[in-house]
Each structure stands twice: as C-alpha cells, then as structure tokens.
Write a protein that binds this ligand. Sequence first.
Ligand code: BGC
Length: 346
Amino acid sequence: MSINITDFGCLADGKKVEKYLITNSNGVSVSVVTYGATLVSINAPDKNGNVADILVGFDKLEDMVEKTDYQGVVVGPYANRIGNSAFEIDGVKYNLVPNENVTTCLHSCGEFNTAVWDAEVTGENSVSFRYVSADGINGFPGTLDVAVKYTLTDENELKLEYDAVSDKKTVINLTNHAYFNLGGYNSGSILDHLIRINADKYTPVDKISIPTGEIATVENTPFDLLKATRVGDHIDDDFEQLVFTGGYDHNFCINDYDGSMKLAAEVTDPDSGRKLEVYTDLPGIQFYAGNFLKGVEGKNNFPMNKRSGFCLETQYYPDSPNQPAFPSCVFDAGEKYHTETIFKFL
Ligand code: BGC
C-alpha cells in the first residue's frame, strides 16, 4: 500500500491542484485530484495480468476545466436533474439556476466538480476530500459541509464514503460520475460489455429526461438487465424511453433498498476478462451509456467517442425533490448524510 502526492497544475486563479495516487498490494492503483475530488485513473489488470487504465476521462487539468462532461467528478449538492429548476421544502420554494433545456438544473450546474477540495491522507490506503458549499449557490439552501473519502483495499475495492451536513433543511444527492471502459480508456466501444443491474423497476422520463414520477417494471422491456446482457443488444431499440434519451440514460431502482449495502450492478468485458461490481446503500443507480460523448479528446488525446465509456452513478432518484413517491433526499439542518459506494475490480 502506498500513497503518492504530486502537483497537478494550477487553475487560472492561481489555485494549486494536487494528485493523490493510491496503490494497493496487487498493483491496482487509483488517482484522484483535488479539483472536483475527481477520479483521474484506475489501473487494473486483465485476465492475463496486463494492467490498463479503465477510466475514460482527462489527464490534464486544463482539459478537465474546459471540456468536462463530468468525467470522474463528484457531483453535488444534487446529482442528476431537477425539473423546472425548482423545489419546495416546508412550503418555501427554492429556485435553482437552469443549465439544460432552458428549464432543467443538471448536476447542480457543476458546482462541486469545479471547486478545489481540501485533501487529507486519512490512512495508509485512504484520502479524504472536503469542500464547504456556501448557502444559496445556484439557489440551493444551506451551507453544506461535505467530505468524500476514497479508500482502495487489497480486495481491489475502491470505496467512496460521502458525508455531508447542512445548516438548513435541504436536498442532498452526491455521486461520482466516473466513465468506465473495462477494456481500457482507449479500447473503443462499450457495446460488447455485459451488464447486469439488480433492479426490477426503473424510473421512465419525459422527452427532456425528467422522471414522469412513474416507477415502472423492466419486464418485457430493454430495461430488463436482471440477467447479464450485452449493452449493445437493445440500446438502439425503437422503444420510446430509449428514443427519448438516445440510449440507456436512466435511473434503476435497486431491489430491496433498505439503506444497507447491496450489489447494484455488475459489468464484464468478455475481451479483457475485467469485471466491475458496484455496491451501494443508496436506492438508485443511473446507467448512462455515454450516448452524448462526442469525440472530445481526453487522455493522450484519444477521442472519447459516443459509447466509449459507461457510467453507473449511485444516487437518489433524479428529480426526487419534486417526486413524493420517490425515496426522500431531504435532510434536516444538522442531520447527517452518510452513504457509501464500492467499485470492485475483479
Ligand atoms: C446524465 C446524462 C448526462 C451525463 C453528463 C448523466 O448523469 O444522466 O444525461 O448527459 O450525466 O452530463
């Protein structure tokens, strides 16, 4: 086990950014930078022991600043979409800043991922990142004190622990927006990966990706991923939900949600033999198949093409602040938010 700290450059305002590299005894390594508490690389061996970086994203700070589509970042205070950029708590309406389709607030306008977080080594294999979000940024109520701790174990588990507390009653929904390609960031499409999502239900959306409020069965739909399924098998089916979003970009309702850790999803790349398991104590997981990646150049100037990476974002359901039937993401002033997600590499 080791942790190595290096410079990762400077922002235009002179703020310094550092990179923390955690390596375990199997040679698996993970690096995270203080800009956005962003995951920058995950090096993992394939079936023949060949190590590759399986994280699609950037290797340069300026690219992260200029070209991000949320690659590897921590999203908050509210991940994914809030419809009409507004919600009410106890009869008080909070108006947010819209940043998509004129009306929607997506990923909280990127607040958390454009901040430089304070970092602290918290163990031989863990680093904790802290950020305090001021009251009222983009319209969200409360000063929110957030910590995200990354731990890499010798079981090849990358554990993310999210802690937050606000001084006002507010909504909280934190996630990591890593794009994976188990063949390596430069190996092409993810359509041959096999995915299994432990969800009998999902939340359908309207034409602008806001949940309709329905919790629908996956049965007899392309969303039935209960058994390992090739990502490409149904992604382009003429099925309204997939047409709306241009491929998988939906929240799945993890079976038997009770706040304890559950295996939410697993993905295998038959070529490399690499496998990823995702565990979480949250109720939902967004399977986004990288449909909107448009060939922007990332690591080593390799283009991030459509569907060259997939995201599994553990979360409260999108637009929960406006959906009474969804698990509540509202936290009282002083109430502790704590959730965990594990990405396990096999
Ligand atoms: C959303 C996608 C969006 C992507 C990048 C995902 O969480 O579901 O619709 O394109 O983030 O912003």
